[in-house]
Design a protein around this ligand. Structure first.
Ligand code: SF4
Length: 343
């Protein structure tokens, strides 16, 4: 099968039966992965602050700087959360928080250096999302290249493509006009790749985005990967509407599975397609039949939990579900970037 165009993707989405999408997705998946084999990680998202000035209308997590209920986790609280993760067998932390104007880039560099110093290679961490990175670099009046170098030199290996939701300028204006522009997003992500750190692509569906917007997001992601080769994986999850200003309802699992299949087919230059246990729970594993090859089991994420996500801590029970679907599972450690030498 050759690369499909946006028009062909549209046709598939509108008219292909599930079986056809699954067959094509498995064909692309098979270029990298054995048919009945999948990988997973156990991880914890540490939401270090809920103070944020971006005011995205789909977010139930943030408080404004002048409101009650804002917090910043202490260093000891962060360490305690990492220790708990290690105790349950996990080894990946993702830091994610609000755009807190009181926390400058130096604060993050110190935090990440202290995590690296304390845990060494026992824990890998996703330091920030591209969205937070844009905010911090701008506030520090640094170029993206200089900000990326500061993080890398503080022991950071990964800045993920989180906070992307739907990457069209119109979507940004409708829902998150103070967060970043799409042009800034990709410029920042390019600087992250060029610094030697690793990054990923993400997407969130189920707001009010149109099919055209979903396809534009996929097209931009594929173009970026063609140009840089820097995307390790693509993770899509679904919008949780509870407690948000935007509101709405959740999309059904079948729509999610079909979108995973379409993403697998379209993103023929991205090795890993990841399914979201955080937002789809047990239903996430069916996405392995639609072209996904990897997932994580999160033990905490306040951002999505505030909007209705349900965390299941019965990790062995969860792993039995993909096994019952016929998959053999292998634990995957986050890779250290080849461009960053071992200390
Ligand atoms: S989604 Fe992130 S950037 Fe937007 S308001 Fe919530 S915490 Fe802030």
């Amino acid at each position: 099968m050759t690369r499909i165009s946006v028009e062909q993707a549209r046709e598939l989405w509108l008219y292909a039966p599930d079986e056809e999408l699954q067959r094509l997705a498995q064909e692309v998946r098979g270029r990298w992965h054995e048919r009945e084999h999948a990988t997973y990680m156990v991880m914890r998202i540490i939401n270090y602050t809920n103070v944020c000035v971006a005011q995205c209308d789909y977010c139930a997590f943030y408080v404004l700087p002048n409101q009650n209920g804002g917090y910043v986790l202490s260093r000891d609280e962060v360490f305690a959360k990492i220790d708990e993760l290690l105790e349950v067998g996990g080894d990946l932390v993702a830091f994610n928080g609000g755009f807190n104007p009181k926390l400058p880039l130096d604060y993050y560099c110190d935090l990440f250096a202290s995590v690296r110093e304390r845990y060494g290679e026992r824990v890998e961490f996703y330091a920030l999302t591209v969205a937070e990175f844009v905010f911090l670099a701008d506030r520090a009046a640094l170029s993206y290249a200089d900000a990326a170098a500061r993080l890398r030199d503080s022991g950071v290996h990964w800045v993920t493509g989180g906070g992307s939701e739907i990457l069209t300028e119109d979507f940004r204006k409708r829902h998150a006009k103070w967060k970043y522009t799409v042009a800034d997003y990709f410029e920042a992500q390019r600087a992250i790749v060029e610094s030697g750190m690793k990054t990923t692509a993400t997407m969130v569906i189920g707001f009010d985005e149109t099919l055209d917007e979903r396809l534009e997001h996929l097209q931009r992601t594929r173009d970026f990967q063609d140009e840089t080769g820097g995307l390790f994986s693509f993770l899509c999850w679904t919008y949780k509407p509870y407690g948000t200003a935007f509101g709405g309802t959740e999309i059904p699992p079948r729509e999610y599975w079909r979108h995973i299949a379409l993403s697998r087919i379209f993103l023929d230059n991205v090795k890993h397609i990841r399914t979201s246990v955080l937002t789809q729970n047990e239903e996430a594993f069916r996405a392995l039949d639609y072209g996904a090859d990897d997932f994580d089991l999160p033990i905490e994420d306040e951002v999505t939990q505030k909007a209705g996500a349900r965390i299941d801590l019965d990790l062995e029970g969860l792993l039995e579900i993909p096994r019952s679907l016929g998959y053999t599972l292998e634990y995957r450690r986050a890779e250290r970037p080849a461009a960053i030498a071992r200390a």
